[in-house]
Design a protein around this ligand. Structure first.
Ligand code: AMP
Ligand code: MN
Ligand code: MN
Ligand code: MN
Length: 280
């Protein structure tokens, strides 16, 4: 049987349902050979996952970085970086503060719209202070203002909707530089149909190392589009389930929406090359 990897998974360190330890256990049970925990703007799950493995599965450091691309909020996946690196650690700390501030702004918008909501409820829901829009959505559902979180995103919290607030995220180029300086590689998350050819060229010029080809939002034609682009340009191909663990439809994605382990091997080589270039 071919070795498989899932390089896009969330845990309780951001907006996922299961702890890093639980996710590692599930990934082992589902026969994966490698796993990257890619929480939003934090890699706090990495050390916990490493401790939970007993080497049944390879853990790659990961983080889904939120950054700015021409005024739009986009996600760049960082892999294989040194988790002790000062600038990437400081990046994650700053993002956490930015997220608290942004949550306060969104809550204030919701309060002005007549919804009774407190930042402390949202902090408690997050459990970590690493606040995601999903945590605000959950509190609104618990208070009976919506029947499910998707409704909250569709009505209020989705990008550019009335309770949305755009934080002052770092530009994508700066984010890619931080990842490279920490010896890692930067991969565009779930590109789907969100980027023009010109955007893609700009991102490659910024130093982007690869594209997430396999993602639940990508039908076969998009998987092929990005795989061909990566093959033609010598870029890394990654993939994963983007598992959060809350939806019924996700129950089988961890372990099935995955990539061949060969891609992890290539990714690791790219990380080594990157670190060597910096230390020479
Ligand atoms: P945040 O990192 O706080 O901006 O939240 C981003 C997360 O919220 C995504 O990873 C999804 O889990 C969720 N999300 C964002 N937009 C939507 C949407 N339109 N519908 C459902 N979930 C969404
Ligand atoms: Mn999420
Ligand atoms: Mn994302
Ligand atoms: Mn994600």
């Amino acid at each position: 049987m071919r070795k498989k990897a899932d390089l896009h998974v969330h845990t309780t360190e951001s907006d996922g349902k299961y702890s890093p330890e639980e996710v590692v256990k599930m990934a082992v049970e589902r026969g994966l050979s490698a796993l990257a925990i890619t929480d939003h703007d934090t890699f706090a799950g990495y050390a916990k996952a490493k401790l939970a493995t007993d080497s049944q599965i390879e853990i790659i450091s990961g983080m889904e970085c939120t950054c700015d691309f021409e005024g739009r909020e986009i996600h760049v996946l960082a892999y294989g970086f040194n988790t002790e690196d000062e600038s990437i650690t400081s990046f994650a700390q700053k993002q956490k503060k930015l997220r608290v501030n942004r949550a306060e702004k969104m809550i204030s918008k919701l309060s002005n719209m007549g919804y009774d909501l407190d930042i402390n409820d949202v902090i408690a829901e997050s459990g970590t202070w690493n606040i995601s829009r999903n945590h605000i959505a959950k509190v609104l559902v618990k208070k009976g203002y919506a029947s499910h979180t998707q409704q909250v995103f569709n009505k209020w919290l989705g990008n550019d909707l009335p309770a949305y607030f755009k934080a002052d995220y770092k530009p994508v180029k700066e984010t890619i530089d931080i990842i490279h300086n920490a010896g890692g590689v930067a991969v565009l998350a779930h590109p789907a149909s969100y980027y023009s050819d010109q955007d893609i060229q700009y991102l490659i010029d910024c130093g982007l190392d690869g594209f997430e080809c396999i993602h639940p939002s990508h039908p076969y034609n998009l998987q092929q589009k990005y795989a061909t682009l990566c093959d033609e340009r010598g870029l890394l191909k990654t993939g994963g389930s983007d598992f959060h663990g809350f939806k019924k439809s996700e129950l089988t994605t961890l372990g099935t929406v995955s990539i061949d382990y060969d891609n992890v091997h290539v990714l690791k080589q790219a990380c080594h090359k990157n670190s060597n270039e910096l230390t020479i």
